[in-house]
Design a protein around this ligand. Structure first.
Ligand code: GAL
Length: 343
């Protein structure tokens, strides 16, 4: 968009019809391609490679070039990488924030240069991003708790959430705790898993081994944490005897649901999220209307235009229709360890 404006300004100047303005250098047609930088927190967790692949393929199909950066879970690295993308004069920078509170300055720097900034999956606090694309995180938490209520027999639960730096964690926890409160389920306490590193959740349980004996369920903020929690339970022959929740519909979590060692995972069709984000980013660069906005989300200061999608709870009852039916995982993958139960 900036480049097209630059050419127009240059032409108007030549025609003596416009006030002198600072213009971008007139670019050759080869440079006319839209350029998008996308900065990921990390690829440690299974879902993000799927987000990346779908975002990149959708953007490329629309004729854009995409520069993918991976911050490996470090916010200082992410800031450096975003600065790099700014220096490369990207038309847009899409960010999966490592730390919701620490990116507003670099976002302001990008926006001051006319670069479109999109908060992908996680809100960037007080940053006034041009767009926020995610799922309804409160609903994620509500769905986890509703699965426990529907299962029945849950009086007390311990929460092993994601990190406090991830805005989504607060929404998930609020939704989860609301439904628990409405149904007489006591939340014993909350552990926040730094950096979404699941080994931290395992180590916490190893240091507090009585927790599983004191509760009926363990709420896990994502399936990576659930993997380590079920590992801890299995080592004590308790896997399948305590209800476990998760998020992201990772393959291992779906296999556990079939095996009976995880009650539910919350499926978020990340392909839909990535496609919507890529198309909306390109529309913003071109100055076109973003079609599928669902409203605005407040970032602590600003109301950010938003595309918020709906998550789906997956249990043994609907895993075939939702997960296999959508092609998110194949039947053979999901039932790999199931004893003769082809679903
Ligand atoms: C959160 C996201 C979850 C999950 C988590 C990492 O921000 O909302 O879907 O991806 O990161 O597992």
């Amino acid at each position: 968009m900036k480049k097209i404006l630059g050419i127009l300004c240059a032409l108007l100047l030549l025609a003596g019809c416009a006030e002198p303005v600072e213009t971008e250098p007139v670019v050759s047609p080869a440079d006319d391609k839209i350029s998008i930088g996308i900065s990921f927190d990390s690829f440690l967790i299974e879902r993000w490679e799927r987000d990346r692949d779908v975002f990149v393929s959708t953007a490329k199909e629309a004729g854009a070039e995409v520069n993918v950066q991976n911050a490996n879970g470090d916010v200082a690295t992410q800031i450096e990488q975003i600065e790099y993308l700014i220096d490369k004069n990207m038309d847009a920078i899409v960010i999966v924030g490592v730390d919701a509170e620490r990116l507003k300055d670099v976002v302001a720097e990008a926006r001051a240069k006319g670069i479109v900034v999109v908060a992908y999956d996680r809100m960037l606090n007080n940053a006034n991003a041009d767009l926020y694309v995610s799922f309804d995180n409160r609903r994620v938490g509500e769905l986890m708790a509703e699965a426990l209520v529907k299962k029945g027999g849950v009086g007390t639960v311990y929460m092993l959430s994601g990190p406090t730096e991830d805005n989504n964690v607060w929404g998930v926890n609020e939704g989860f705790q609301d439904i628990c409160a409405q149904n007489g389920i006591t939340v014993q306490d909350i552990f926040y898993t730094a950096g979404w590193r699941p080994e931290n959740a395992y180590d916490f349980l190893a240091q507090n081994p009585s927790i599983p004996d004191e509760v009926d369920a363990l709420m896990c903020g994502n399936d990576g944490i659930a993997t380590q929690v079920v590992r801890f339970l299995a080592e004590r022959r308790k896997a399948g005897h305590i209800l476990v929740t998760g998020q992201d519909a990772e393959l291992e979590a779906c296999q556990r649901i079939v095996q009976g060692t995880q009650l539910t995972t919350i499926y978020k069709p990340v392909e839909k999220e990535a496609r919507a984000a890529a198309k909306a980013t390109i529309a913003l660069i071109k100055g076109e209307k973003v079609n599928d906005l669902t409203g605005t989300e407040n970032d602590g200061t600003y109301d950010v235009p938003a595309i918020v999608l709906t998550p789906i709870a997956v249990t043994r009852d609907n895993i075939d229709s939702v997960i296999i039916g959508s092609g998110f995982h194949t039947r053979d993958e999901v039932y790999l360890y199931a004893k003769g139960d082809g679903g």
